[in-house]
Design a binder for this molecule. Sequence first.
Ligand code: 4GM
Length: 230
Amino acid sequence: MKIDVLTLFPGMFAGPLDESIVKRARDAGKLDLRIHNLRDYTHDRHRTVDDRPFGGGPGMLLKPEPLFEAVEQLKTATTRVILLGPAGRKFTQAVARELAGLEHLLLISGSYEGYDERVRAALAHDELSIGDYVLTNGALPAMVIVDCVTRLLPGVLGDDESATDESFSHGLLEYPHYTRPAEFRGMKVPDVLLSGNHAEIEKWRREQAKQRTRERRPDLLDGKNDKTNQ
Ligand code: 4GM
């Protein structure tokens, strides 16, 4: 998969995507990730990317011209152009699975107060938010999406690593896990996990997962949730 990211802060991307599983995917040619500076698509002396909103009000907007020029240069017939912003539809594991099936993503990591509406209307196929909070810019959301989508690409995770999709795949939170030692600083691993009785272990895990979900994320149980959200 190819992912292009347009940002005003390309330096923020050095580090998080150069480590661990994303690095391995890039080195193996499974992810072709390119970071582009939006300022490189300006033509004035000051490399201006923003301007004041018509009608007044606080804050600045990204000017349409550099965004149009960048998207027109970077997109092909198969590109999904995605704006990032707190007003987007919520990015979930289901959306990550959808994106992982595409050939090419162009993520636009905005900042300031947002985008000129013509960018939305004419350039973007979709607008995503990673959650209900406001950040200084969309670089972290772009990195979250790159990370989350990359681990779903074919052959990126080994068999052992794949197991950790559990939390969202059956719509419940994960049950508690333990490793050795069986007793640590007076804290014991539940007897059932040491019993070797696999039916009992399954039952215990199912109950724990349900209880934990009820306590922490009742929204996942209340039926109003489209299961495709998970
Ligand atoms: C306003 C409009 C994304 C602010 C567009 C971006 C939070 C998220 C920004 C923008 C952001 C999010 C920059 N804050 N919840 N700030 O995904 O890109």
